[in-house]
Design a protein around this ligand. Structure first.
Ligand code: MGD
Ligand code: MGD
Ligand code: MO
Length: 824
């Protein structure tokens, strides 16, 4: 194994003083101007007479369609250029929708990954202590037989749920990867395994779906629809890094006159491009949205028609149960029946269903059966009235006049889009932040139309895929269990979950790397060590594989056939041809699952080829109507899967939401937690948009006493999480992980660029070189995640995060992380 730690220490880092920088830049400028002169000099006759550059002999190469499958959400289509069976380069392959034709530096550097010296080429069995790095090479037959024997011993004693399956961003392929339509999903059902619930990015999706009724990642319009926005708020996202394909549309919209605002505690590339940068105090986004709503209502900028006809505003809330008044309360339907819909009130005080009352009352109360019912909108107005602009200003650190201007822009210069991802999500109060932001979108009618929206798009909009391929298999359990990654210590070490005994004895891990990514890494490692059986399938020796009993080598994405179907940044299905032979003895995940299924006694349910799997998935009327077939995909490489011609997909178009009432809900009559882990749930905070401070980094947090600084994790421009860590070309431009610190904090703590610093709290530490940069305001450190322990000087970024999470939402609060810093 290579040790990049040694390599990067040789790189002179952060030693640039202002003086040497000036000297260097003067020299560079001189060189540039000389070069410029040469290039621009008029050509003399001799120059002009020179023969043209000789044309190159055409090379004999095959070009296959490929799909980049990590979950950066890009889902790019690639051409794989293969000579003599070797991948020599990758290039952009045109997508079926040309609006999305672009790839990134990661897509261009795959040959480095395919032929990385880090690739695993044979099955390995642990021979030393867990994590000691002592392995014996074994055959596939031995590996599968031994794993199956140990697996069966566990499930025979403790039941099918004692084995759990993990998967996340490694490969979102819909055939052999971790996509919802993959053979892995069928395997989980067939075996009755538990699922390792990753608890990442949970707040945004949970709130957007509970308020607007969509599934995971599916409440924004198709990215190219950003062209139709008049105002775009980049609010809790870093598209310049983490949604690179979308950044193109944001930039283009801005060049065509759209207002662009970035709301972020850190100054970054999005902020530099924007008309207005709003440095917000971390995790106070909910308070900002509430303050903006106050301003909007004071000025009458709300969209009354949208509120009345497309939200729950006119529904009447019963004080005792928090539920809506329904036909059954009026004796006109059987309680709980489909006909028992919420009623609204007419100006004359009568009640009926919304279809029968054209302009229902949205504000006020009424007496029904001796109790006072209140419209949901009045309850929202009460909540907003708790947040006058001055209070919001105090909470967020944003001047009141700026909040007023943000409110005006967002509500008046419409349609407005909130481009968000997980910036305000990765906090204990993440879902409350988003509950207020979604309410803001709803009261201004900035959802359900072109140029508007909030959330992340999966461009799903269709039922193109036949999920029977996944679900049509018997399961030994009634319902599979989910074990939150946040609760591994409970489940594995303490053997309790939800205050009940729990037996989680083994794990099968593919496409995920919990040791590197789950908060509080020390606890994750303890949990991995306490398992009876840990099997990891990966391309390289991940930090989780280091603790495994068996490591199975999977092939690279281009060495097997697949279909990328879960797309966020474009609208196409992307085909992967099996362009290369699997390296060494590596096998596709598809084949590995089939081998395991066979050995565990489920083989009869896994008798498919990749081609047959894709054909099963595309066996739907939607797919046929859009011409989606295996042969067409193979020929073109990608096919559009949105039946809207050239019109971009718009979520909840016309204000028709995929909820039972078809309305968006800023009031929830029956708030449900995102998970079944039941610590004390506080329902009072869940009915209406709500905000309170973050757990550790809130200004009043007790954690601040010992740990006065916040640590924000940045995602890497050059990696998707850990993937691409072994690409030498990228390591040349991105040689090490820094701790970024603002000039004020650097002065306070006596830290200069290039100093080795230790960032720490009770949970652990990270040692890295500091880089002083003005992007970081006082009180906020940041570091890019995705660097492996071996690439770090000492410690790990994931040592620092807390697993204390909001019970209702169960998201990992990566940025709700209080730390201190000192020179190491
Ligand atoms: N401190 C901190 N921690 C964080 C975050 C943060 O901001 N700060 N962000 C969090 C977020 S948002 C996320 S989504 C998670 C991501 O966490 P993970 O999904 O665990 O990310 P990776 O470490 O890249 O792990 C993916 C693994 O899949 C492997 N892999 C790739 N392709 C294949 C394949 O075809 N087959 C198999 N079997 N394996 C494959 C890769 O080699 C890699 O080891 O991290 C979270 N962790
Ligand atoms: N190149 C690349 N692309 C990726 C990934 C990757 O690792 N590399 N990971 C993928 C994955 S799994 C995910 S989840 C997405 C993540 O996509 P994003 O959510 O866009 O993730 P980040 O790049 O961390 O950007 C979050 C932004 O929110 C800001 N922020 C932090 N705290 C707050 C806050 O309290 N309020 C506000 N308003 N802003 C805040 C941060 O400074 C940062 O600029 O990216 C995906 N795309
Ligand atoms: Mo993520």
């Amino acid at each position: 194994m290579k040790n990049y730690h040694a390599a990067h220490q040789a790189v002179p880092s952060g030693t640039l003083t202002r003086r040497s920088f000036l000297k260097g830049s003067a020299a560079a400028a001189a060189a540039a101007s000389t070069a410029g002169l040469v290039a621009c000099a008029p050509k003399g006759p001799e120059e002009a007479a020179k023969p043209a550059v000789p044309t190159l002999e055409p090379v004999d190469e095959d070009v296959y369609p490929g799909s980049c499958r990590s979950f950066c959400n890009g889902g790019c289509s690639l051409n794989l250029h293969v000579r003599d069976g070797k991948l020599v380069r990758t290039s952009m392959r045109k997508l079926d929708d040309p609006a999305y034709n672009r790839i990134c530096q990661k897509g261009y550097t795959h040959p480095y990954r395919v032929y990385s010296s880090e690739r695993l080429t044979a099955p390995l069995k642990r021979v030393g202590e867990r994590g000691a790095g002592e392995w014996e090479q074994i055959t596939w037959d031995e590996a599968i037989a031994e794993i199956a024997e140990k697996w069966t011993a566990i499930t025979d004693e403790f039941g099918p749920g004692a084995m759990a399956a993990g998967g996340l961003t490694g490969n979102f392929g819909g055939v052999g990867g971790n996509g919802t339509s993959s053979i892995y999903a069928r395997f989980k059902k067939a075996t009755g395994m538990s699922t390792l619930g990753n608890a990442v990015d949970a707040a945004t999706k949970y709130v957007c779906s509970r308020m607007m009724g969509a599934s995971y990642f599916n409440t924004a319009n198709e990215p190219k629809d950003l062209a139709n926005a008049k105002t775009i708020f980049i609010w809790g996202a870093n598209p310049a890094v983490s949604q690179m394909q979308v950044m193109h549309f944001i930039t283009e919209a801005h060049m065509n006159g759209a207002n662009l605002v970035t709301i972020d505690p850190l100054y970054n590339a999005n902020a530099a491009l924007s008309d207005k940068y709003v440095p917000i105090r971390s995790a106070t986004d909910g308070a900002l949205a509430l303050g903006m709503m106050s301003v909007i209502l004071e000025n009458g900028w709300e969209d009354v028609d949208f509120i009345t006809n497309h939200t729950v505003a006119p529904f009447l809330v019963k004080p005792d149960t928090h539920k809506f008044l329904r036909l059954s309360d009026l004796g006109k339907a059987e309680a709980g029946s489909d006909a028992d819909v919420p009623v609204v009130m007419n100006a004359d005080g009568t009640f009926d269903t919304p279809e029968n009352i054209a302009n229902p009352v949205i504000e006020g109360t009424a007496e029904v059966d001796g109790q006072t019912v209140t419209t949901a909108y009045s309850l929202l107005l009460d909540r907003i009235s708790e947040w006058p602009v001055d209070k919001a200003s105090e909470a967020t650190g944003i001047p009141a006049a700026d909040i007023e201007e943000l409110a005006r822009l967002y509500a008046c210069e419409t349609p407005s889009t909130i481009h968000t991802c997980f910036g305000a999500d990765h906090y204990y109060n993440g879902h409350w932040n988003y509950s207020c932001m979604v309410a803001l979108a709803l009261i201004t009618g900035n959802v359900g139309k072109s140029g508007a929206g909030i959330g992340v798009c999966n461009s799903a909009g269709t039922n193109a895929l036949n999920m029977k391929a996944v679900t049509d298999v018997p399961s030994p359990v009634e319902k599979t269990k989910t074990v939150l990654a946040l609760r591994l210590e409970d489940a594995i070490v303490n053997r309790t979950y939800n205050d009940e005994p729990m037996e989680l004895r083994g794990m099968y891990i593919a496409c995920v790397n919990p040791v590197a990514n789950v908060a509080d890494r020390t606890k994750t490692i303890e949990a991995m060590k306490a398992l009876d059986l840990l099997v990891v399938t990966d391309m390289t020796m991940s930090e989780t594989a280091e603790y495994a009993d068996y490591v199975l080598p999977c092939c690279h994405w281009f060495e097997c056939e697949d279909l990328m179907s879960m797309m966020i940044m474009h609208s196409c299905l992307v085909y992967q041809a099996p362009a290369l032979e699997p390296l060494g003895e590596s096998k596709s995940d598809f084949d590995i699952i089939k081998l395991l299924a066979e050995a565990l006694g489920y083989g009869e349910h896994f008798q498919f080829t990749e081609k047959e799997w894709i054909e099963m998935l595309l066996d739907t009327d939607d797919a046929r109507s859009m011409g989606l077939s295996y042969d067409a995909l193979k020929e073109k490489g990608s096919l559009k899967r949105i039946p809207t011609d050239d019109k971009p997909y718009v979520f909840a178009e016309g204000g028709v939401f995929p909820t039972t009432t078809k309305r968006a809900a800023f009031y929830l009559e029956d708030p449900k937690a995102s998970n079944d882990y039941k610590p004390a749930w506080d329902f009072d905070k869940e009915y209406l948009p709500y905000w309170e401070e973050a757990l550790e980094v809130g200004v009043h947090s007790p954690a601040r006493e010992n740990y006065p600084l916040q640590l924000i994790s940045e995602h890497s421009r050059f990696r998707t999480h850990v993937q691409w860590y072994d690409v030498e070309a990228l390591l040349e431009v991105d040689a090490e992980q820094y701790v970024y610190i603002g000039p004020e904090d650097a002065a306070t703590y006596g830290i200069a660029s290039g100093d080795k610093v230790k960032v720490y709290n009770d949970r652990g530490y990270l040692v890295a070189h500091a880089l002083v940069r003005p992007n970081n305001p006082p009180g906020i450190l940041s570091a890019v995640k995705g660097w492996t322990a071996k690439q770090s000087i000492d410690g790990h970024l994931s040592n620092l995060g807390t697993t204390q999470s909001n019970g209702f939402c169960a998201n990992q609060p990566f940025n709700d992380c209080a730390v201190a810093i000192e020179k190491a």
